[in-house]
Design a protein around this ligand. Structure first.
Ligand SMILES: *Cc1c(COP(=O)(O)O)cnc(C)c1O
Length: 391
């Protein structure tokens, strides 16, 4: 039998992102019991780190033992009951998944659409809130990984409060890449993922719930339909007063990795991490534009960590991605839904947001385009990017 081993890649897609060796080393430490006092101390430390990253004092802040999609589902199944109404802002793939979650809770969904690649329109959201006074939840994606657009999370959470709704905010791609402010915005239920800007392997979903959200859960008339994601049960493990009790076996080594990634974030400093993402994004965009490529999203709402580039007329986008992977071990993402075949998604998430990656990406992309008889000036692209990086 020959076993299969992963090759070395540069991960500049929509996630997972590059993982620092320190995080991988932490995950190779000895497995201990998930109720071991040392592990419990680490759980407390991770919770403190997450509170600092989310900018919240919320007591119920912890990583769910499953990927970002489970964090999303936890928010919906706990805050909604059959017959409730939720308003979902949909500006990409993940907003549509929110809509599906509402329906599966047996609740009514009102969708407010934005054209993919543009930011949600606050006036349309406010109209929907006015027209549906019984709605109890407003849900939206802060950083839409499918389109590269940032929604105005502060304004949307403000609207939710004004119309007496709890807010559910997807921070999977925003946390660790751009500023988030859970308490400042008054966000009620938020979830993220380990493998995007936190630069950890996939499989964990940090979440945080406000006191208002917990009161909603306490006053439910029906039990949460998901046993695993029922927060009233999970809480006894993550937030147990006077001792934690068994709920499920936490993925101990995965938690080592998350704790190390969070520690590295704290060492670098949140503001510095955000500034690094912003600088790498500016350099990448300068290079792409110097090469004659154009960005899908207007500069006013572009995400630095997820860059959506329009595929030029006549270029086979799949062949370009295949060339980058085969010759440079470089992964970039394809378009999703209505953007499939029309764009590339270049991630600059966490550890991937480094100057060396910008250089490799621009030169490999230039080469792949030239191979398809599409002229792209790689030299001009590298000079433009370097001018930004040199400050
Ligand atoms: C990746 C992603 C998710 C889903 O996370 P998984 O870890 O893949 O389950 C949800 N929302 C957004 C915005 C994402 O980018």
């Amino acid at each position: 039998m020959t076993n299969i081993y992963p090759p070395k890649r540069i991960l500049m897609g929509p996630g997972p992102s590059d993982v620092h060796p320190r995080v991988l080393q932490a995950m190779a430490m000895p497995t201990i019991g998930h109720l071991d006092p040392v592990f419990q101390r680490m759980m407390d430390q991770s919770k403190d780190y997450l509170r600092a990253l989310f900018k919240t004092e919320n007591s119920l802040t912890f990583p769910i033992s499953a990927p970002g999609s489970a964090g999303m589902e936890a928010c919906f199944v706990n805050l909604l009951e059959a017959g409730d109404t939720a308003i979902v802002v949909r500006h990409g793939v993940f907003g549509d998944r929110m809509r599906e979650n509402v329906i599966r809770c047996g609740a009514n969904v009102i969708v407010v659409d934005a054209v993919w690649g543009t930011a949600p329109d606050m006036a349309l959201v406010e109209d929907a809130l006015k027209a549906n006074p019984h709605a109890s939840v407003l849900a939206f994606v802060h950083a839409e990984t499918s389109t590269g657009v940032e929604a105005d999370a502060g304004a949307l959470c403000g609207l939710a409060q004004k119309y007496n709704c709890l807010s559910i905010v997807d921070m999977v791609t925003s946390l660790g890449g751009i500023p988030v402010d859970v308490d400042g915005w008054g966000a009620d239920a938020v979830y993220s993922g380990s493998q995007k800007c936190l630069s950890c392997p996939p499989g964990l979903s940090p979440v945080s719930f406000s006191e208002k959200a917990l009161n909603r859960i306490r006053s439910r008339k029906t039990p949460v339909q998901s046993w695993f994601l029922d927060l009233s049960l999970v809480m006894n493990y993550w937030d147990g007063e006077g001792g934690r009790s068994y709920h499920h076996t936490a993925p101990v080594n995965a938690m080592y990795g998350l704790n190390e990634a969070l520690a590295m974030h704290m060492e670098e400093g949140t503001d510095n991490v955000h500034a690094r993402h912003r600088l790498m994004h500016t350099a990448l965009v300068a290079g792409l534009e110097a090469m004659g490529l154009s960005m899908l999203v207007d500069a006013s709402c572009r995400l630095p960590q997820l860059n959506v580039v329009t595929v030029p007329e006549g270029v086979d986008e799949g062949a370009v991605r295949a060339h980058l992977l085969a010759h440079y071990g470089l992964e970039i993402g394809a378009g999703l839904g209505p953007l499939a075949g029309k764009v590339w998604r270049i991630g600059l998430m966490g550890e991937a947001a480094r100057a060396s990656n910008i250089t490799v990406c621009l030169s490999a992309l230039g080469e792949a385009l030239n191979l398809q008889q599409h002229s792209a000036d790689t030299g001009a692209a590298l000079s433009a990017a370097q001018a930004v990086l040199a400050g």
